[in-house]
Design a protein around this ligand. Sequence first.
Ligand code: ZN
Length: 218
Amino acid sequence: MKTINIKNSSEKITIGKIVCVGRNYAEHAKELGNEVPEKPVVFLKPASSVIYSGGEIIYPSYSNDMHHEVELVLLIGKNIKDADEKTAEEAIAGYGVGLDMTLRDVQNELKKKGHPWTIAKGFDTSAVLSDFILKRDYELSLNEEISLSVNGGIRQKEKLNMMLFPPVKIIQYISSLFTLEEGDLIFTGTPKGVGKVERGDSLFAKIENIAELNCKVS
Ligand code: ZN
């Protein structure tokens, strides 16, 4: 079982399901030629896809176009279903930064066929996680900057307030589809600037005041 590491705490939380939101920044939807959605686009990753800061992302043999997507990740702290705004807010236990590694060539083929994105999004090492900061230790303003650099060069940099659907709205919507449980994670979508990584690249992701992570591609 994969667990979440909490900053300044020895507590380990077992990861439940990982729910991801796509196209949550208008400029990113446009850069991939997608419409800006009326509702969040939702998909899942298995918990087995998780690695941690300091780990290695393994390029699957069936792709030649793996992309980085840096995202704010929410940790859910209690079980909710059909949450109202207040319940959704109260269900957030903490925040981290994550990478939603994506096989863009595979995803584009799946999209054409109308197939699910699972094998483009859920492969081993496709979810990279930082340590998490608890909400009781930090109040998210959405003025924080999220960024990703590859080999020291900035590729993605945006304020979290550019999200189309903010965290509480995302949780409300997802909880109308699935029961959210303690230990579930929500990847909240990536800003513009996604691009290909190569074997040997070093990635560094950060959200101001919240967390950072680094990892290598091999
Ligand atoms: Zn993503």
